[in-house]
Design a protein around this ligand. Structure first.
Ligand code: BES
Ligand code: MN
Ligand code: ZN
Length: 491
């Protein structure tokens, strides 16, 4: 698994297989050097060259330029250009050039309302994420030729560093997408643990606790959820210890990894149940984000805990009415076995605190209610600490993983009050399902800053999002956010 190679070049120079010029809707032709101008003006007059976001026009230059092909990429109205617009344009180019591959040249444009470094980052992310195909399991791969190198024209060394980091992070985003798209017969909790253990290296330690060790720790919630499947649960633990950590802080990343969520005895309807192979996307994101931080050698410690289980139905299933005892000693009345994510996270959150996490953030495809609220673009963030919430939101904003704050409040606690136990895991009220789940998790978040990201919407797509995510399936949501957050905490 290699990063796409990055090069920056003052101006011209080299000869990419395709050279990209961006075109804003405000203009009729892109900025270009002499020889092409005539040809471009002609196309603009014919109405072929337009700057709508996502539009691409390919010119074969026959030596009329340094590159054999010039691609004019629309990026919409100049005043509206943001990082997502550049990512979307780059993704459209990458998909358009699938038959070409090789070296892509991109001309950075200082007339856009984005710094050259921000543009470069967005170009790399858009091209790498846009080129991704979820069709790994097709026997006849028609994936196209890969882009091996991207040359950024008009940048300096700083731009090159930013772009290089973006290439590494984007590779890990696609790695997380591969996991989310993996079929559940292939990616079991044990299979996921193996994938994580494979990542171990000099600065990254990885272990996985098996069902017996999970029971020994008193993790009655994770254990119950995973019990019905012959593919038993795992608690996957990654420790990234950089040689020179800047602060005492230990980021605790916690991920939900239900490798398939049938709902248990509170069985889901058949429609789209197959998408519940993606219910481990939070776990994949924290593993990939940790691996990316380790590869970039960010100077901040990370402790990552992934609760992996398969929520199935069998004679040994946990039941509605059961009362479980979680590792922190609290008792939980099960009112719905399909509210399993909060159960496995309960024990993983406890473990992260026990092992020394100071700033905890969990990622989970937790509630359908969150998807109803925010659709496929934004995830919801809940936090018990204002400063930690602001750090997470700021990192999210730069990263491209869209995140919006939601409330916690003492008076929501009654939503999880149980007549029999310390709490129940769901409610028959059709109110604030995502908040209820967050209130539940808060009971297990321990002492110190904690945040919870419900990524049920943007974590796994049912269809193209119309931006740089044009494919069904996993998005790798969270990986970029994690790296940006770790980068800021290490700065
Ligand atoms: N994994 C689902 C949530 C989900 C739904 C993620 C749709 C992505 C898309 C979760 O385990 C679940 O089933 N939640 C239930 C909770 C309910 C029973 C309280 C839900 O949201 O319906
Ligand atoms: Mn469920
Ligand atoms: Zn689930």
């Amino acid at each position: 698994m290699d990063d796409v190679a990055i090069e920056v070049s003052g101006t011209g120079g080299g000869s990419p297989d395709a050279l990209v010029l961006v075109l804003a809707e405000d203009d009729s032709t892109p900025r270009s050097d002499g020889e092409l101008e005539q040809q471009l003006r002609g196309l603009a007059e014919d109405g072929e060259l337009r700057g709508e976001l996502g539009r691409t026009v390919v010119l074969h230059t026959d030596g009329g330029s340094t590159a054999r092909r010039v691609v004019v990429a629309g990026i919409g109205k100049r005043a509206e250009v943001d990082a997502d617009a550049v990512r979307t344009a780059a993704a459209a180019v990458a998909r358009r050039l699938r038959d070409v591959g090789g070296t892509l040249g991109w001309t950075l444009d200082d007339s856009l309302p984005l710094s050259l470094a921000e543009q470069a980052r967005a170009v790399i992310e858009g091209a790498v994420l846009g080129a991704y195909s979820p069709g790994r399991w097709k026997t006849e791969e028609r994936g196209g030729k890969p882009i091996g190198k991207i040359v950024l024209y008009g940048g300096d060394n700083g731009v090159g560093d930013t772009a290089g980091r973006a290439a590494t992070v984007s590779k890990w985003v696609n790695w997380a997408r591969d996991l989310a798209n993996s079929p559940p017969n292939e990616l079991t909790p044990e299979g996921l643990a193996k994938r994580a253990v494979d990542l171990a290296g000099s600065n990254l330690q990885v272990t996985a606790l098996d069902p017996q060790q999970i029971d020994e720790l008193g993790m009655g919630a994770l254990s119950a959820v995973g019990r019905a499947s012959v593919n038993g649960p795992r608690l996957i633990v990654l420790r990234y210890e950089p040689p020179r950590a800047k602060r005492d802080a230990v980021i605790g990343l916690v991920g939900k990894a239900i490798t398939f969520d049938a709902g248990g005895i509170s069985l889901k309807p058949a429609l789209k149940m197959y998408d519940m192979k993606g219910d481990m996307a939070g776990g994949a994101a924290v593993i990939a984000g940790t691996a990316a931080a380790a590869e970039l050698e960010l100077p901040v410690r990370i402790l990552t805990v992934v609760a992996a289980a398969e929520n199935l139905v069998s004679g040994d299933s946990f039941r509605p009415g059961d009362i479980l005892r979680a590792a922190n000693g609290k008792t939980i009345e099960i009112t719905n076995t399909d509210a399993e994510g909060r159960l496995v996270l309960a024990d993983a959150l406890w473990y992260a605190r026990k092992e020394g996490a100071t700033h905890v953030l969990d990622f989970a495809t937790l509630t359908g209610a969150m998807e109803v609220a925010l659709g496929d673009l934004y995830a919801g963030l809940f936090a018990n600490d204002d400063a930690w919430r602001d750090d997470i939101l700021a990192a999210a904003q730069t990263s491209g993983d869209h995140t919006w704050p939601f409330p916690l409040h003492r008076r929501y606690r009654r939503y999880v009050d149980s007549s029999y136990a310390d709490m129940k895991n769901s409610s028959e009220l059709r109110q604030a399902g995502a908040v209820l789940a967050a209130e539940f998790l808060k009971e297990f978040s321990g002492e110190g800053p904690w945040g919870h990201i419900d990524m049920a919407g943007p974590g796994f797509l049912e269809r193209s999002r119309g931006d740089y995510y044009t494919q069904r399936g996993g998005t790798g949501y969270g990986v970029r956010l994690i790296v940006e957050l770790a980068r800021r905490l290490g700065a």
